[in-house]
Design a protein around this ligand. Structure first.
Ligand SMILES: Nc1ncnc2c1ncn2[C@@H]1O[C@H](COP(=O)(O)OP(=O)(O)OP(=O)(O)O)[C@@H](O)[C@H]1O
Length: 580
């Protein structure tokens, strides 16, 4: 956490916060002296002019202290907010460059908690640090010295009250610090259950699992609340204990001071000043302990933030001479050369010895059973994961040696789950091509068989809700396909994108795709489950358990490949293979 603060603070603002703090502390420390003089020299000697003068002085010093405190709070808070802002930006730009592996490792909900809740913890403790952590020790020492100078004998009271305070604070910290640390993890859990509930709300309802999910959330919520309540209950003991010790100290001072005044070895003003110093000493001690309670919680948050900031993406650009400039003038081609890939921790390879090649204008179709490795294979092309062995060549260049930026520019992909962003049809299409004209957008929508429903919904300015929730699954797929083809690319990838389309639309769409100029110059990769979708591809890869068990055209495979034949037959039986 201190590392985070050091990196992100503006030094001039911190210096100003400290300066105003010192002014405030000096004012606070000077006030008891004025009060003492006012009593001993003004009230005791009935000197009205002196009383007025001292009263005025008191007012000015108090006002100065007040203004300085306000200025300190201003600089401390603005600095803490700015650190928070910078941290959120740093975390977000880090996360956006993570590969799928890092997302799996951290978990989406934890990444959200780290960007929001953990940053707020850091902000809160930074404000406290810039106020109390400096104010408390200065005040403690200065008020101690001043009190000692006033009346050394009275300071013996602190020999009892300060150790008592220290023991109470240590006892409270011992119980509360581990609780604070676990609160952050429990916040993660609440977010996870909440997110799953929100994204899966339709599934939950259709399976009548509302109560089950409600219970799951209640459990996480209860767990969080119980830990927080426990922590706050323990902290709440701090204030009565402090008040008790403060009152006890004051009683001790009055009792001892009373004797000293009776012996004529001390004046009343001195006693009042001493009592103010005593309050300042004990309050400073309290502030300091509050800071010590807050720091471990913020430390835990700082650690969680640093874990994200220090995490390197497992997919990195090549460096130095290894990094090659992507030659955009080369004709499109895609080649897998002895490619192996395993997910971390998995026993078996998700892909084993994949070899194929396709050139400009060709369509590669990938078919195979569930979990056979189709999506994994296409995700390796834009390097969402890095291959363990072998090479994947895009336009003849090893994709591991091109910068991810250039690689992603050369590839346009529709993921298995269509993702749309909140905005309009136009803004979603401009994700594919930032300067796309209306004509270009309509043309892409036409190819993706989306023109009709977009027109019905109000045209290019029609609203797209979060996740495209105001469109059907098939419509979302078609919009995602339109966004993919509006981008000019060397490789177009459609990962099971046609599955939500009816047979007729599927056939029309693929026919229209073939006529598109961009697509004609590129390699298209289509992952599909239906024989009818893959039948007219130039090259079909049949996948089974991470291996390509057959490759060729529909006619070749039907004649020679047993797995392919089984898929064809099963689909004919289901009346699903009209084109087979
Ligand atoms: N992120 C991941 N971490 C670990 N294992 C994974 C991950 N994603 C997929 N797998 C595993 O890799 C294998 C291949 O998965 P993949 O998603 O590529 O299959 P698929 O052929 O696309 O399946 P489907 O047709 O159901 O989409 C499966 O056994 C799956 O369990």
């Amino acid at each position: 956490m201190f590392k985070i603060a050091r990196k992100n603070f503006a030094l001039w603002a911190v210096a100003l916060a400290v300066l105003f703090l010192l002014i405030q502390v000096s004012a606070d420390l000077y006030l008891p002296t004025i009060t003492s003089d006012l009593i001993d020299k003004g009230i005791a000697q009935n000197d009205h002019a002196y009383i007025w003068r001292q009263g005025g002085k008191m007012l000015v010093v108090s006002l100065l202290g007040l203004l300085a405190a306000a200025a300190n709070v201003y600089f401390a808070s603005t600095q803490a907010m700015k650190v928070g802002q910078k941290l959120r930006t740093q975390i977000y730009s880090k996360i956006i460059n993570f590969s799928s592996r890092e997302f799996t490792d951290f978990g989406d909900s934890s990444l959200i908690t780290r960007t929001t809740n953990d940053v707020i913890q850091i902000q809160n403790v930074l404000v406290t640090m810039l106020r109390m952590m400096l104010q408390a020790p200065i005040m403690l020492i200065a008020a101690g010295v001043l009190a000692y100078n006033r009346e050394a004998k009275l300071t013996s009271v602190f020999l009892i009250s300060l150790p008592l305070l220290a023991i109470s604070v240590i006892a409270i910290m011992y119980f509360v610090v581990p609780l604070f640390k676990s609160i952050q993890k429990k916040t993660d859990r609440i977010n996870l259950v909440f997110r799953e509930g929100l994204t899966g709300v339709r599934v939950i309802r259709s399976f009548n699992q509302d109560q089950f999910e409600q219970n799951r959330f209640d459990e996480a919520n209860k767990d969080y609340t119980m830990t927080s309540t426990k922590a706050q209950t323990i902290v709440s003991f701090m204030f009565p204990i402090m008040t008790l010790i403060l009152s006890g100290t004051n009683i001790g001072i009055i009792w001892l001071g009373g004797h000293l005044i009776g012996d004529m070895s001390m004046q009343v003003g001195n006693l009042v000043a001493f009592m103010t110093y005593a309050t300042q000493i004990l309050m400073s001690f309290m502030m300091l302990s509050m800071v010590f309670v807050m720091i471990p919680r913020a430390q835990a948050s700082g650690q969680r933030i640093n874990e994200v900031l220090n995490r390197e993406s497992s997919v990195k650009d090549a460096t130095g001479d290894d990094l090659k400039v992507f030659d955009q003038t080369k004709p499109a081609s895609l080649e897998f050369d002895h490619v192996d890939f395993s997910y971390r921790g998995a026993e078996n390879k998700a892909l084993e010895n994949i070899n194929f090649k396709a050139t400009a204008g060709q369509t590669v179709a990938i078919i195979g059973g569930t979990g056979s490795g189709k999506s994994t294979l296409v995700n390796l092309i834009p390097r969402l994961f890095s291959a363990d062995h072998g090479e994947i060549k895009v336009n003849g260049q090893n994709n591991a040696l091109i910068s991810q930026n250039e690689l992603h520019q050369a590839i346009s992909i529709t993921q298995q789950k269509a993702v749309l962003f909140k905005g309009t049809i136009r803004s979603n299409m401009q994700y594919g091509k930032a300067d796309a004209t209306d004509d270009e957008i309509w043309q892409a929508l036409e190819i993706a068989r989306s023109r009709d429903f977009v027109e019905e919904n109000g045209g290019l300015d029609a609203t797209v809700e979060q996740n495209g929730d105001n469109f059907s699954g098939g419509q979302r797929q078609r919009l995602a396909i339109a966004r993919t083809i509006i981008k000019s690319a060397s490789i177009y990838i459609f990962d099971d994108s046609f599955s939500a389309l009816d047979f007729k639309t599927d056939a029309e769409l693929r026919l229209a795709l073939k006529d598109d100029k961009n697509v004609q110059k590129a390699v298209s990769v289509i992952v599909a489950q239906r024989i009818s979708t893959v039948a007219d591809a130039d090259l079909i890869l049949v996948m089974d358990d991470g291996k390509v068990v057959g490759q060729g055209t529909h006619a070749d495979l039907k004649a020679t490949n047993e797995t392919y034949r089984q898929i064809v037959e099963s689909q004919i039986r289901e009346g699903d293979g009209q084109n087979a």
